[in-house]
Write a protein that binds this ligand. Structure first.
Ligand code: CMC
Length: 377
Protein backbone atom coordinates (compact mmCIF):
# COMPACT_ATOMS: atom_id res chain seq x y z
CA UNK A 1 0.00 0.00 0.00
CA UNK A 2 1.27 3.45 -0.81
CA UNK A 3 1.77 6.43 1.44
CA UNK A 4 -1.07 8.90 0.90
CA UNK A 5 0.88 12.15 1.26
CA UNK A 6 1.37 13.41 -2.29
CA UNK A 7 3.63 16.22 -3.43
CA UNK A 8 2.43 17.07 -6.90
CA UNK A 9 5.26 18.61 -8.88
CA UNK A 10 7.81 17.55 -6.22
CA UNK A 11 7.85 21.19 -5.09
CA UNK A 12 10.49 21.84 -2.43
CA UNK A 13 11.69 18.21 -2.39
CA UNK A 14 15.47 17.75 -2.26
CA UNK A 15 16.53 14.80 -4.42
CA UNK A 16 20.31 15.16 -4.68
CA UNK A 17 23.44 16.73 -3.28
CA UNK A 18 25.16 18.82 -5.92
CA UNK A 19 28.26 20.95 -6.36
CA UNK A 20 27.14 22.24 -9.76
CA UNK A 21 24.75 25.12 -9.06
CA UNK A 22 22.74 26.67 -6.25
CA UNK A 23 19.60 28.82 -6.39
CA UNK A 24 18.18 31.12 -3.74
CA UNK A 25 14.65 31.70 -4.93
CA UNK A 26 13.78 34.24 -2.23
CA UNK A 27 16.70 36.60 -2.84
CA UNK A 28 17.03 35.81 -6.56
CA UNK A 29 20.58 34.47 -6.58
CA UNK A 30 22.12 31.85 -8.84
CA UNK A 31 25.60 30.50 -8.22
CA UNK A 32 27.36 28.16 -10.65
CA UNK A 33 30.37 26.24 -9.36
CA UNK A 34 30.74 28.90 -6.66
CA UNK A 35 30.55 31.91 -9.04
CA UNK A 36 27.60 34.33 -9.09
CA UNK A 37 25.89 34.06 -12.47
CA UNK A 38 26.44 37.76 -13.16
CA UNK A 39 30.21 37.23 -13.00
CA UNK A 40 30.47 33.89 -14.78
CA UNK A 41 28.06 34.68 -17.61
CA UNK A 42 29.75 37.86 -18.75
CA UNK A 43 33.39 36.77 -18.38
CA UNK A 44 33.58 33.08 -19.32
CA UNK A 45 33.60 31.34 -22.65
CA UNK A 46 31.19 28.41 -22.86
CA UNK A 47 34.17 26.04 -22.79
CA UNK A 48 35.28 27.54 -19.45
CA UNK A 49 31.79 27.01 -18.04
CA UNK A 50 31.82 23.42 -19.24
CA UNK A 51 35.19 22.78 -17.62
CA UNK A 52 33.87 24.31 -14.39
CA UNK A 53 30.77 22.12 -14.48
CA UNK A 54 32.65 18.92 -15.25
CA UNK A 55 35.65 19.52 -12.96
CA UNK A 56 34.43 21.81 -10.18
CA UNK A 57 37.02 24.54 -10.92
CA UNK A 58 38.06 26.89 -13.73
CA UNK A 59 40.69 25.57 -16.16
CA UNK A 60 44.27 26.72 -16.54
CA UNK A 61 45.38 27.99 -19.97
CA UNK A 62 46.56 24.55 -21.01
CA UNK A 63 43.49 22.75 -19.71
CA UNK A 64 41.25 25.20 -21.55
CA UNK A 65 43.16 24.80 -24.82
CA UNK A 66 42.93 21.04 -24.41
CA UNK A 67 39.15 21.09 -23.81
CA UNK A 68 38.60 23.48 -26.72
CA UNK A 69 40.57 21.17 -29.03
CA UNK A 70 38.71 18.08 -27.84
CA UNK A 71 35.27 19.65 -28.28
CA UNK A 72 36.25 21.08 -31.69
CA UNK A 73 37.47 17.67 -32.86
CA UNK A 74 34.17 16.07 -31.80
CA UNK A 75 31.79 18.38 -33.64
CA UNK A 76 31.24 16.33 -36.77
CA UNK A 77 28.02 14.33 -37.02
CA UNK A 78 27.63 11.18 -39.10
CA UNK A 79 25.85 10.90 -42.48
CA UNK A 80 23.21 8.86 -40.67
CA UNK A 81 22.46 11.73 -38.27
CA UNK A 82 22.41 14.22 -41.17
CA UNK A 83 19.90 12.02 -43.06
CA UNK A 84 17.59 12.02 -40.02
CA UNK A 85 17.85 15.80 -39.76
CA UNK A 86 17.20 16.33 -43.48
CA UNK A 87 14.06 14.24 -43.20
CA UNK A 88 12.91 16.12 -40.09
CA UNK A 89 13.44 19.43 -41.92
CA UNK A 90 11.64 18.24 -45.05
CA UNK A 91 8.69 17.19 -42.90
CA UNK A 92 8.83 20.59 -41.14
CA UNK A 93 9.19 18.99 -37.75
CA UNK A 94 9.97 21.48 -34.94
CA UNK A 95 13.66 21.96 -34.13
CA UNK A 96 13.28 20.24 -30.76
CA UNK A 97 11.93 17.11 -32.47
CA UNK A 98 14.90 17.22 -34.84
CA UNK A 99 17.29 17.66 -31.91
CA UNK A 100 15.69 14.71 -30.13
CA UNK A 101 15.97 12.54 -33.25
CA UNK A 102 19.52 13.71 -33.96
CA UNK A 103 20.63 13.17 -30.38
CA UNK A 104 19.08 9.71 -30.34
CA UNK A 105 20.83 8.75 -33.58
CA UNK A 106 24.21 10.03 -32.39
CA UNK A 107 26.20 7.05 -31.20
CA UNK A 108 29.14 7.39 -28.92
CA UNK A 109 32.48 5.77 -29.85
CA UNK A 110 33.56 4.40 -26.51
CA UNK A 111 36.87 2.61 -27.34
CA UNK A 112 38.88 5.06 -25.25
CA UNK A 113 35.78 6.46 -23.65
CA UNK A 114 35.88 7.79 -20.15
CA UNK A 115 32.54 9.21 -18.97
CA UNK A 116 34.07 12.72 -19.48
CA UNK A 117 34.87 11.85 -23.12
CA UNK A 118 31.32 10.67 -23.68
CA UNK A 119 29.94 13.84 -22.09
CA UNK A 120 32.16 15.98 -24.34
CA UNK A 121 30.99 14.12 -27.44
CA UNK A 122 27.36 14.82 -26.62
CA UNK A 123 28.06 18.50 -25.81
CA UNK A 124 30.10 18.94 -29.01
CA UNK A 125 27.46 17.33 -31.25
CA UNK A 126 24.45 19.42 -30.13
CA UNK A 127 25.26 22.68 -32.01
CA UNK A 128 26.06 20.74 -35.18
CA UNK A 129 22.75 18.88 -34.98
CA UNK A 130 20.70 22.07 -34.54
CA UNK A 131 22.57 24.03 -37.21
CA UNK A 132 22.43 21.19 -39.77
CA UNK A 133 18.67 20.86 -39.23
CA UNK A 134 18.22 24.62 -39.60
CA UNK A 135 20.23 24.72 -42.85
CA UNK A 136 18.07 21.90 -44.26
CA UNK A 137 14.94 23.83 -43.21
CA UNK A 138 16.25 26.72 -45.31
CA UNK A 139 16.76 24.40 -48.29
CA UNK A 140 20.54 24.82 -47.87
CA UNK A 141 23.44 22.47 -47.26
CA UNK A 142 24.79 22.20 -43.71
CA UNK A 143 27.92 24.25 -43.03
CA UNK A 144 30.82 22.07 -41.85
CA UNK A 145 32.06 22.94 -38.35
CA UNK A 146 35.34 24.87 -38.12
CA UNK A 147 37.90 23.69 -35.60
CA UNK A 148 39.54 27.11 -35.35
CA UNK A 149 36.36 28.69 -33.93
CA UNK A 150 35.21 28.47 -30.32
CA UNK A 151 32.00 26.65 -29.40
CA UNK A 152 29.73 29.73 -29.52
CA UNK A 153 31.34 31.27 -32.61
CA UNK A 154 31.19 27.98 -34.49
CA UNK A 155 27.48 27.56 -33.70
CA UNK A 156 26.69 31.02 -35.12
CA UNK A 157 28.89 30.25 -38.13
CA UNK A 158 27.17 26.91 -38.82
CA UNK A 159 23.71 28.51 -38.57
CA UNK A 160 24.35 31.39 -40.98
CA UNK A 161 27.42 30.36 -42.99
CA UNK A 162 28.98 33.71 -42.09
CA UNK A 163 31.72 34.43 -39.64
CA UNK A 164 30.11 36.14 -36.62
CA UNK A 165 31.25 39.48 -35.18
CA UNK A 166 33.06 39.57 -31.83
CA UNK A 167 30.02 41.28 -30.31
CA UNK A 168 27.70 38.49 -31.47
CA UNK A 169 30.09 35.83 -30.15
CA UNK A 170 30.24 37.57 -26.75
CA UNK A 171 26.44 37.89 -26.71
CA UNK A 172 26.00 34.18 -27.35
CA UNK A 173 28.72 33.18 -24.85
CA UNK A 174 26.81 35.20 -22.24
CA UNK A 175 23.55 33.45 -23.12
CA UNK A 176 25.08 29.95 -23.13
CA UNK A 177 26.75 30.54 -19.74
CA UNK A 178 23.60 32.02 -18.24
CA UNK A 179 21.41 29.00 -18.92
CA UNK A 180 24.01 26.21 -18.71
CA UNK A 181 22.74 24.93 -15.37
CA UNK A 182 19.92 25.61 -12.96
CA UNK A 183 19.59 23.13 -10.13
CA UNK A 184 17.37 20.11 -10.56
CA UNK A 185 15.03 21.61 -13.15
CA UNK A 186 12.70 19.24 -15.02
CA UNK A 187 15.09 18.30 -17.85
CA UNK A 188 18.09 17.89 -15.53
CA UNK A 189 16.01 15.71 -13.25
CA UNK A 190 15.04 13.64 -16.30
CA UNK A 191 18.71 13.18 -17.25
CA UNK A 192 19.60 12.14 -13.70
CA UNK A 193 16.72 9.63 -13.60
CA UNK A 194 17.91 8.07 -16.88
CA UNK A 195 21.54 7.58 -15.78
CA UNK A 196 20.44 6.44 -12.32
CA UNK A 197 19.32 3.22 -14.02
CA UNK A 198 22.92 2.87 -15.37
CA UNK A 199 21.68 3.70 -18.85
CA UNK A 200 23.94 5.89 -21.05
CA UNK A 201 24.57 9.61 -21.61
CA UNK A 202 23.03 9.77 -25.10
CA UNK A 203 19.80 8.31 -23.71
CA UNK A 204 19.89 10.84 -20.86
CA UNK A 205 20.41 13.76 -23.26
CA UNK A 206 17.68 12.52 -25.61
CA UNK A 207 15.15 12.20 -22.79
CA UNK A 208 16.13 15.60 -21.42
CA UNK A 209 15.55 17.24 -24.83
CA UNK A 210 12.00 15.91 -24.73
CA UNK A 211 11.48 17.47 -21.30
CA UNK A 212 12.99 20.82 -22.27
CA UNK A 213 10.64 21.13 -25.24
CA UNK A 214 7.51 21.98 -23.25
CA UNK A 215 6.38 25.61 -22.79
CA UNK A 216 6.41 25.29 -18.99
CA UNK A 217 10.18 24.71 -19.24
CA UNK A 218 12.22 25.65 -22.33
CA UNK A 219 9.53 26.15 -24.93
CA UNK A 220 8.50 29.67 -23.91
CA UNK A 221 10.92 32.01 -25.78
CA UNK A 222 9.35 31.49 -29.22
CA UNK A 223 5.89 32.54 -27.97
CA UNK A 224 7.57 35.38 -26.03
CA UNK A 225 9.01 36.76 -29.28
CA UNK A 226 5.55 36.53 -30.91
CA UNK A 227 4.22 38.54 -27.97
CA UNK A 228 6.95 41.20 -28.39
CA UNK A 229 6.14 41.54 -32.08
CA UNK A 230 2.41 41.81 -31.50
CA UNK A 231 2.84 44.42 -28.77
CA UNK A 232 5.44 46.33 -30.82
CA UNK A 233 2.96 46.53 -33.67
CA UNK A 234 -0.10 47.45 -31.59
CA UNK A 235 1.74 49.69 -29.09
CA UNK A 236 -0.70 48.34 -26.47
CA UNK A 237 1.16 46.27 -23.86
CA UNK A 238 -1.59 46.66 -21.28
CA UNK A 239 -4.32 45.47 -23.64
CA UNK A 240 -2.25 42.46 -24.66
CA UNK A 241 -1.53 41.39 -21.07
CA UNK A 242 -5.09 41.87 -19.83
CA UNK A 243 -6.64 40.06 -22.77
CA UNK A 244 -4.23 37.12 -22.42
CA UNK A 245 -5.06 36.73 -18.73
CA UNK A 246 -8.81 37.20 -19.35
CA UNK A 247 -8.68 34.29 -21.80
CA UNK A 248 -7.30 32.24 -18.87
CA UNK A 249 -3.90 31.87 -20.54
CA UNK A 250 -0.50 32.20 -18.89
CA UNK A 251 1.74 35.03 -19.84
CA UNK A 252 4.89 33.50 -21.28
CA UNK A 253 8.16 34.62 -19.69
CA UNK A 254 6.69 35.19 -16.21
CA UNK A 255 6.47 33.07 -13.08
CA UNK A 256 8.85 30.45 -11.77
CA UNK A 257 8.72 27.38 -9.56
CA UNK A 258 11.69 28.51 -7.45
CA UNK A 259 12.05 32.31 -7.80
CA UNK A 260 9.73 34.61 -5.89
CA UNK A 261 11.60 37.66 -7.24
CA UNK A 262 12.86 38.56 -10.71
CA UNK A 263 14.96 35.70 -12.11
CA UNK A 264 18.62 36.85 -11.87
CA UNK A 265 19.21 35.45 -15.35
CA UNK A 266 16.68 37.96 -16.73
CA UNK A 267 18.92 40.81 -15.54
CA UNK A 268 22.06 39.31 -17.12
CA UNK A 269 20.32 38.68 -20.44
CA UNK A 270 18.56 42.06 -20.41
CA UNK A 271 21.91 43.89 -20.08
CA UNK A 272 23.44 41.79 -22.86
CA UNK A 273 20.41 42.33 -25.11
CA UNK A 274 20.28 46.08 -24.50
CA UNK A 275 23.87 46.43 -25.72
CA UNK A 276 22.93 44.66 -28.91
CA UNK A 277 19.82 46.63 -29.69
CA UNK A 278 21.69 49.89 -29.04
CA UNK A 279 24.49 48.86 -31.40
CA UNK A 280 21.99 47.88 -34.10
CA UNK A 281 19.96 51.11 -33.66
CA UNK A 282 16.86 49.00 -33.01
CA UNK A 283 16.25 50.60 -29.62
CA UNK A 284 12.52 51.04 -30.25
CA UNK A 285 11.94 47.29 -30.25
CA UNK A 286 13.88 46.91 -27.00
CA UNK A 287 11.92 49.76 -25.43
CA UNK A 288 8.73 47.85 -26.26
CA UNK A 289 10.19 44.82 -24.47
CA UNK A 290 11.02 46.86 -21.37
CA UNK A 291 7.62 48.61 -21.30
CA UNK A 292 5.89 45.26 -21.66
CA UNK A 293 7.83 43.81 -18.74
CA UNK A 294 6.98 46.73 -16.46
CA UNK A 295 3.32 46.66 -17.35
CA UNK A 296 3.03 42.84 -17.14
CA UNK A 297 4.60 42.62 -13.67
CA UNK A 298 2.10 45.21 -12.34
CA UNK A 299 -0.90 43.47 -13.90
CA UNK A 300 0.25 40.02 -12.75
CA UNK A 301 0.49 41.38 -9.19
CA UNK A 302 -3.20 42.38 -9.40
CA UNK A 303 -4.10 39.11 -11.13
CA UNK A 304 -2.44 36.87 -8.50
CA UNK A 305 -1.98 38.92 -5.32
CA UNK A 306 -0.97 35.81 -3.34
CA UNK A 307 1.68 34.57 -5.75
CA UNK A 308 4.54 36.75 -6.95
CA UNK A 309 4.84 36.32 -10.69
CA UNK A 310 8.03 37.98 -11.88
CA UNK A 311 10.03 37.95 -15.09
CA UNK A 312 11.80 34.67 -15.80
CA UNK A 313 14.80 33.80 -17.97
CA UNK A 314 12.75 33.17 -21.11
CA UNK A 315 11.57 36.77 -21.44
CA UNK A 316 15.01 38.20 -22.13
CA UNK A 317 16.19 35.02 -23.83
CA UNK A 318 13.79 35.90 -26.62
CA UNK A 319 15.05 39.49 -26.74
CA UNK A 320 18.73 38.53 -26.79
CA UNK A 321 18.56 35.61 -29.22
CA UNK A 322 16.41 37.66 -31.60
CA UNK A 323 18.94 40.50 -31.35
CA UNK A 324 21.75 38.05 -32.16
CA UNK A 325 19.91 37.02 -35.32
CA UNK A 326 19.15 33.49 -34.10
CA UNK A 327 15.92 32.29 -35.74
CA UNK A 328 12.91 31.91 -33.44
CA UNK A 329 12.42 28.32 -34.62
CA UNK A 330 15.67 27.29 -32.94
CA UNK A 331 15.37 29.33 -29.70
CA UNK A 332 14.54 26.31 -27.54
CA UNK A 333 17.06 24.13 -29.36
CA UNK A 334 19.69 26.80 -28.60
CA UNK A 335 18.70 26.52 -24.94
CA UNK A 336 19.42 22.78 -25.37
CA UNK A 337 22.82 23.56 -26.95
CA UNK A 338 23.73 25.23 -23.66
CA UNK A 339 21.87 23.12 -21.08
CA UNK A 340 23.31 19.85 -22.40
CA UNK A 341 26.46 20.90 -20.49
CA UNK A 342 24.47 20.97 -17.24
CA UNK A 343 22.77 17.67 -18.07
CA UNK A 344 26.09 15.94 -18.65
CA UNK A 345 27.63 17.35 -15.46
CA UNK A 346 24.61 16.21 -13.43
CA UNK A 347 24.74 12.75 -15.01
CA UNK A 348 28.41 12.33 -14.04
CA UNK A 349 27.65 13.61 -10.55
CA UNK A 350 24.71 11.21 -10.22
CA UNK A 351 26.96 8.30 -11.19
CA UNK A 352 29.56 9.19 -8.53
CA UNK A 353 27.26 7.99 -5.79
CA UNK A 354 24.36 6.42 -7.63
CA UNK A 355 21.10 5.06 -6.34
CA UNK A 356 18.27 4.41 -8.80
CA UNK A 357 15.71 7.25 -8.62
CA UNK A 358 12.41 5.60 -8.03
CA UNK A 359 9.68 7.55 -6.22
CA UNK A 360 6.19 6.27 -5.51
CA UNK A 361 2.62 7.26 -6.35
CA UNK A 362 -0.42 7.38 -4.10
CA UNK A 363 -2.97 5.00 -5.64
CA UNK A 364 -6.45 6.56 -5.99
CA UNK A 365 -7.92 4.13 -8.54
CA UNK A 366 -10.56 1.42 -8.23
CA UNK A 367 -10.24 -1.45 -5.75
CA UNK A 368 -11.87 -4.82 -5.16
CA UNK A 369 -12.86 -5.53 -8.77
CA UNK A 370 -13.37 -9.05 -10.10
CA UNK A 371 -12.69 -10.18 -13.66
CA UNK A 372 -15.55 -10.01 -16.24
CA UNK A 373 -14.98 -11.84 -19.57
CA UNK A 374 -14.97 -9.51 -22.62
CA UNK A 375 -18.38 -10.59 -23.98
CA UNK A 376 -20.08 -9.78 -20.67
CA UNK A 377 -18.80 -6.17 -20.23
N1 CMC B 1 0.80 33.87 -16.24
C1 CMC B 1 -0.37 33.84 -15.57
N2 CMC B 1 -0.59 33.10 -14.47
C2 CMC B 1 0.43 32.36 -14.02
C3 CMC B 1 1.68 32.36 -14.65
C4 CMC B 1 1.85 33.16 -15.80
N3 CMC B 1 3.02 33.19 -16.44
N4 CMC B 1 2.52 31.53 -13.98
C5 CMC B 1 1.81 31.04 -12.96
N5 CMC B 1 0.54 31.53 -12.98
C6 CMC B 1 -0.53 31.24 -12.03
C7 CMC B 1 -1.01 29.82 -12.23
O1 CMC B 1 -2.06 29.77 -13.18
C8 CMC B 1 -1.46 29.45 -10.86
O2 CMC B 1 -2.75 29.99 -10.65
P1 CMC B 1 -3.90 29.12 -9.89
O3 CMC B 1 -3.34 28.91 -8.51
O4 CMC B 1 -5.09 30.00 -9.95
O5 CMC B 1 -4.01 27.85 -10.67
C9 CMC B 1 -0.51 30.22 -9.93
O6 CMC B 1 0.01 31.29 -10.72
C10 CMC B 1 0.64 29.37 -9.47
O7 CMC B 1 1.28 28.79 -10.58
P2 CMC B 1 1.84 27.31 -10.63
O8 CMC B 1 1.37 26.64 -11.88
O9 CMC B 1 1.59 26.60 -9.34
O10 CMC B 1 3.38 27.58 -10.74
P3 CMC B 1 4.44 26.50 -11.07
O11 CMC B 1 5.55 26.66 -10.09
O12 CMC B 1 3.87 25.14 -11.20
O13 CMC B 1 4.90 26.94 -12.55
C11 CMC B 1 5.85 28.02 -14.39
C12 CMC B 1 5.97 27.72 -12.88
C13 CMC B 1 7.15 28.66 -14.88
C14 CMC B 1 5.62 26.72 -15.14
C15 CMC B 1 4.66 28.99 -14.60
O14 CMC B 1 4.91 30.20 -13.91
C16 CMC B 1 4.36 29.25 -16.07
O15 CMC B 1 3.63 28.47 -16.68
N6 CMC B 1 4.89 30.36 -16.67
C17 CMC B 1 4.64 30.66 -18.07
C18 CMC B 1 5.52 29.82 -18.99
C19 CMC B 1 6.97 30.21 -18.90
O16 CMC B 1 7.33 31.38 -18.82
N7 CMC B 1 7.84 29.17 -18.94
C20 CMC B 1 9.27 29.34 -18.77
C21 CMC B 1 9.71 28.82 -17.44
S1 CMC B 1 11.25 29.47 -16.88
C22 CMC B 1 12.37 28.49 -17.69
C23 CMC B 1 12.90 27.37 -16.89
O17 CMC B 1 13.47 27.61 -15.82
O18 CMC B 1 12.76 26.26 -17.38
Amino acid sequence: MSDNTTNQGLEGITVAETRISDIDGESGELVIGGYPIEELATNATYEESIFLLLNGRLPTDRELANLRAKLAARREISDEVRAVLRRAAEEEKPAMDALRMGAATATIGTEDGTPQDDAQRVIAAFPTIVAAYWRYRQGKKPVAPREDLGHAANYLYMLSGEEPTDAAIRGLETYLNTVVDHGVNASTFTARVVVSTESDLVSAATAAVGTLKGPLHGGAPGPVLDMFKEVHESGEPEGYVRETLERGERLMGFGHRVYRVRDPRAAVLSTAAERFYEASSNTEFFETVQDLEECAVDILAEHKPDRRLETNVEFYTAALLHGLGIPKDVFTATFGVSRVGGWMAHCLEQLENNRVIRPRAHYVGATGRTWTPVGER
